[in-house]
Design a protein around this ligand. Structure first.
Ligand SMILES: *Cc1c(COP(=O)(O)O)cnc(C)c1O
Length: 376
């Protein structure tokens, strides 16, 4: 699905040097590279504060801790996402309330939001799934009307732009009160291990999140609030600082691959290529198509995955089981009747190889095999 090895070869000299420099300095924890990367990242995103932490899941957790949400408070989030988004809500004894997604964008459907809002609702966590921005204009308007916080799960969309109706552009992850992201190796800005970060323009929230990520410490050995231990390694920060300079060209490469796929699949009766809303610069973390046809689309989709695997082409189902159908949330007793669109999508999505190193020969081979499956 990804080719981090070839990507590394192209920046190997720079990366190796940066890693050796950290080793020589022995500043493994909170070394200079961590501050340098945080500053460069906040400048790139056009946000006041970027706060590094250990991973994307922690970033989401720290965001919710900083907002002083209380046990039983409700947080609205899509069921159609990676489990980390909803897991941290439950971990903090908050209640995840699952919203439906738009079948075109795969992101939270603003039309599904208002009927989920109760007096206990405190926050909305939209996910920019697969690299496509959620409809932030509508989400922010609903949040404002009901006095709710918005935490953007930007783990799959770093570098993506959102264009407001007045033409103003902002990076995803910098529109809500807090943005959270992940530097997991396969993400668009991937480390050589784990990493994550939080974004905000709010000085007080930034200070609080920094404190929470550092055991709730206000000054050395004075702990003001219950926090956690969530740091970005200096070595990872040094690597990420180099890769950040390439992020835009990485997105261009991903988009070129997506364009190739789109062209090959256009007007195909069984394939719907990913939608690109005008307001979103798609970061193409995933290239996810919908497969439709036959008596049972899920069976057809699964057969396509096996067919491709037979030709050594990896393909993945993100995600085979939506949040509301996971055992950990069985007590909510949600069924397909509650989340018809989410379940409909779950049966039809399939993600094809998507990364920065796909060449035309590979794309030709992959699209050829996908089309061959339907023409057999
Ligand atoms: C990857 C991911 C996360 C979690 O990030 P980790 O760094 O693996 O903890 C959260 N949300 C979404 C949507 C993700 O894709």
């Amino acid at each position: 699905m990804v080719d981090t090895k070839t990507q590394y070869q192209k920046i190997k000299t720079e990366v190796d040097q940066a890693v050796l420099q950290v080793m020589d300095s022995s500043g493994f924890i909170n070394g200079k590279a961590v501050q340098d990367f945080a500053l460069n990242l906040s400048n790139y995103l056009g946000t006041k504060h970027a706060i590094p932490c250990a991973n994307g899941t922690d970033a989401l957790q720290i965001a919710m801790m900083a907002l002083d949400l209380q046990p039983g408070d409700e947080v609205i989030t899509p069921s159609f996402t990676y489990i980390a988004t909803t897991e941290v809500i439950a971990l903090l004894r908050l209640t995840p309330v699952f919203a439906e997604v738009d079948a075109k964008t795969f992101c939270i459907d603003p039309a599904s939001l208002e009927k989920l809002i109760t007096p206990r609702t405190k926050a909305i966590v939209p996910v920019h799934l697969y690299g496509h921005a959620a409809p932030m204009e509508e989400i922010m308007a609903i949040a404002k009307k009901h006095n709710l916080y918005v935490i953007e799960d930007n783990a799959q969309a770093i570098g993506s732009d959102y264009t407001f109706p007045d033409g103003r552009k902002k990076k995803t992850g910098t529109i809500g009160h807090i943005g959270a992201t992940s530097f997991y190796p396969s993400k668009n800005l991937g480390a050589f291990g784990d990493g994550g970060a939080l974004f905000t323009d709010d000085d007080a929230l930034a200070a609080k999140m920094k404190m929470i990520a550092n055991h709730g410490q206000s000054r050395q050995y004075y702990f003001d609030v219950v926090g956690c231990n969530s740091r970005l390694d200096t070595i990872q920060a040094a690597i990420l600082d180099i890769k950040l300079k390439h992020l835009d060209e990485y997105i261009v490469a991903r988009t070129a691959a997506a364009d190739f796929y789109d062209k090959a699949f256009s007007n195909h009766p069984s394939i719907t290529p990913p939608y690109r809303a005008k307001y979103s610069r798609h970061a193409f973390h995933q290239y996810t198509i919908l497969v439709e046809g036959g008596k049972n689309s899920a069976t057809m989709r699964n057969e396509l995955k096996d067919f491709l695997a037979g030709h050594k082409i990896p393909a993945m189902i993100y995600y085979p089981v939506p949040g509301h159908k996971q055992k950990m949330f069985a007590h909510f007793k949600l069924t397909t009747e509650d989340m018809p669109k989410t379940d409909w999508l779950t049966e039809r999505v399939i993600s094809l190889p998507m990364h920065t190193e796909l060449d035309e020969e590979q794309l030709q081979f992959i699209t050829g095999k996908v089309l061959e499956y339907f023409n057999r």
